[in-house]
Design a protein around this ligand. Structure first.
Ligand code: NAP
Ligand code: GDD
Length: 327
């Protein structure tokens, strides 16, 4: 029988790759979007362009329990992937209230609606390495204590605890993927990797001369989003629910990412990157590096795309899109 999947946050980077992954596996795919997205599909549904005719979108909001309950009741999914969130760490410092509200209450609303309408549904929560925050050892595993450093990180720890509590209290098949940073040509331009690759492309094309960045010393474990959505799906195919770190096990500084991205277009990053205090955070996560042994051993998952291939993919896509962008 055809399996039915419901994805919150389907318009985002991960939602779009996951929807493609599930369609390729024969799923009937439904997504929750904000009403405004349906009114402005060109700007808001661009990541879904290629698959729009094959998916069903429902207007609902993380702020409204009634809207989520209604969609859960109508779709009756076999699997629910809860990806929707205010996901930008910088913004969570600017507006902690809306971040906490959408990310914590929104997660509770989705969990509650699923538990009420389709208690047999398998549930995935988009947890994050930001939960580790200020780490005192590396690499991080599922056993590493959480010390979040932003309202965003705090909201995700609460979401993680909520998912675990629904598993322990009600027997819901709830899994959290503790995903480390993952990127792609579909990454939002506010995140540092895409900010760098799009700047490198613009500067190469003579459309700009410099890019302003914050903390160049921060180190991240960057993987490819297309690989990571497969791990999400694998978690929900296991005999028992669990939580898994998903990462590459390698870490690099923002400066190193910039050096490599600019080198791809024959430029020296140090001539174009300007450090700007405006992009520093009130509290920083200095180092993240994941140990994905559990995912490898239990899910049979490993990353396929390495950092060099990822940067190449992103720079080439940005060269194309910047060259064809109307001016
Ligand atoms: P993204 O590109 O920022 O997508 C976020 C999605 O959430 C979008 O579809 C957005 O819809 C939706 N959303 C935000 N606020 C909403 C609200 N109030 N009501 C309904 N929908 C709302 O994020 P992503 O990179 O795909 O990440 C997916 C999930 O994984 C997020 O929960 C993120 O926190 C988590 N995560 C990401 C990473 C990473 O490195 N990418 C790592 C670990 C965890 P609109 O299009 O309408 O804005
Ligand atoms: N965004 C941004 N812009 N970050 C900068 C900049 C800049 O100009 N300059 C330096 N950085 C540094 C940040 O201070 C941070 O240490 C690092 O680059 C990565 O920043 P982001 O790309 O914004 O990602 P993030 O690590 O804060 O959060 C992303 O990954 C998390 C997983 O660890 C997001 O996708 C989160 O939603 C996700 O949970």
């Amino acid at each position: 029988m055809t399996k039915v999947a419901l994805i919150t946050g389907i318009t985002g980077q991960d939602g779009s790759y996951l929807a493609e992954h599930l369609l390729a596996r024969g799923y009937e795919v439904h997504g929750i979007v904000r009403r405004v997205a349906l009114e402005d599909p060109r700007d808001r549904l661009w990541r879904l362009d290629a698959i729009l005719p094959r998916i069903t979108l429902h207007a609902a909001s993380l702020e409204s329990y009634a809207s989520l309950f209604h969609v859960a009741d109508k779709v009756r999914p076999d699997e629910c992937y809860h990806l929707a969130a205010q996901s930008f760490v910088n913004y969570s410092f600017e507006d902690a209230f809306s971040t906490i509200n959408a990310n914590i209450n929104g997660t509770l609303f989705v969990l509650s609606a699923i538990q009420d309408r389709v208690p047999g549904c398998r549930f995935y929560f988009a947890a994050t390495s930001e939960m580790f925050g200020k780490v005192d050892h590396s690499p991080q595993t599922e056993a590493t204590p959480f010390h979040p450093r932003s309202p965003y990180g705090i909201s995700k720890v609460a979401g993680f605890d909520l998912a675990r509590n629904y598993r322990e209290s009600y027997g819901l098949f709830a899994c959290s993927g503790i995903l480390f940073n993952h990127e792609s040509p579909r990454r939002g331009r506010e995140f540092v990797t895409r900010k760098i690759t799009s700047a490198a492309a613009r500067i190469k094309l003579g459309l700009d001369t410099s890019v302003r960045l914050g903390n160049l010393a921060a180190q991240r474990d960057w993987g490819f989003a297309g690989d990571y959505v497969e791990a999400m799906w694998l978690m929900l195919q296991q005999d028992a629910p669990g939580d898994y770190v998903v990462a590459t096990g390698r870490t690099h500084s923002v400066e190193e990412f910039a050096r490599r991205a600019f080198a791809k277009v024959g430029l020296d990053y140090s001539e174009h990157v300007v450090t700007d205090p405006a992009f520093f955070r009130p509290a920083e996560v200095e180092l993240l590096c994941g140990d994905y042994s559990r995912a490898r051993e239990q899910l049979g998952w490993s990353p396929r795309v390495d950092l060099d291939e990822l940067i190449e993919m992103m720079v080439q896509a940005d060269l194309q899109s910047e060259a064809s962008r109307p001016r």
